[in-house]
Design a protein around this ligand. Sequence first.
Ligand code: FES
Ligand SMILES: [Fe+2]
Length: 340
Amino acid sequence: MPRFSAETLPARLYRDPAVYEDERRRIFARSWQLIGHEAQLAEPGQWLALAIAGYPVIAVRGDDGIRAFHNVCRHRAGPLAPDGEGRCERNLVCGYHGWRYALDGRLASARDFGPAEGFDPREYALVPLACESWRGFVFVNMDAAAQPISSIIKPFAERARHMPLETFRPAQRMTHEIRCNWKTYVENYLEGYHVPIVHPALNAAIDASRYEIELHGDIVFHYAPPRLETPVSGLWAWMWPCLGINVYANGMSMERMWPVDHGRTRLDYLYFFPEGLPEAEKDAAIAASEITTAEDIAITQAVQRNLGAGIYDRGRLSPRHETAVALFQSRVTRTLEDSR
Ligand code: FES
Ligand SMILES: [Fe+2]
């Protein structure tokens, strides 16, 4: 159990571009990040490209599995693919001068390069990332020394053991760009204290007075008993540093809260449903979640404005409701102080 830190982080940490640069290197380059689902990378040559806190990443299926690399050509930093999804033939081809890379990252050919003394293509392979799947979900980590995702996600895996996650298919993505620091959004996700005030519809569905938070290493669980048997009953969790995992009886959503810069967060909801679920049920689940999300966006943007205003510096956290916020904040502090 982490020490309960009753005081919040100073407001400066939510608005300083230099702090964000540190967070990119010390947090986002060293933690597991969900990039998608194996169903999006089913065939050799299928790729998925995106930016994680400004780090361009590409995952591609080769003949022997999925690998991930920085989406940066070793010639003069061109992109191997635009952000999105697609399929290539035998090679990833740089969009600048056409260098070709095998799907295992080796440089296969440097187009029309000419004789260059001391140029050994073996020294110009793509920069690899750790890439692992957990129950169909594909995660990457830029830290070669990272612990495996299976050990990080274990507390969640144990509780989700009997849930039919493999029957869920990627269905839809909803993206929101939010004018707040990524920590402002994560902290809002980590407490239910605001539910009765900010979320009237959700508050009607769950008994927020019995909202409980449980901390297990890199995983936080939320429990809130439903007032009736409603779709909100399920398993709600969060994984360090910024992934929400919400499993319901008939589907799930993964919620990525990735920074765009120090003052903006890109929220990606990835929805997964079992095959054959009626469209109306999917639409209803997404619509309910979008209502809650719109409420969270409005309040976190208002909070961010106030954090930037120079009035507030530090506040106090509730020992009853905000232990996960305290855990997150002390972890951020420790990670930023880590000299590694
Ligand atoms: S930058 Fe990729 S081929 Fe030139
Ligand atoms: Fe909320």
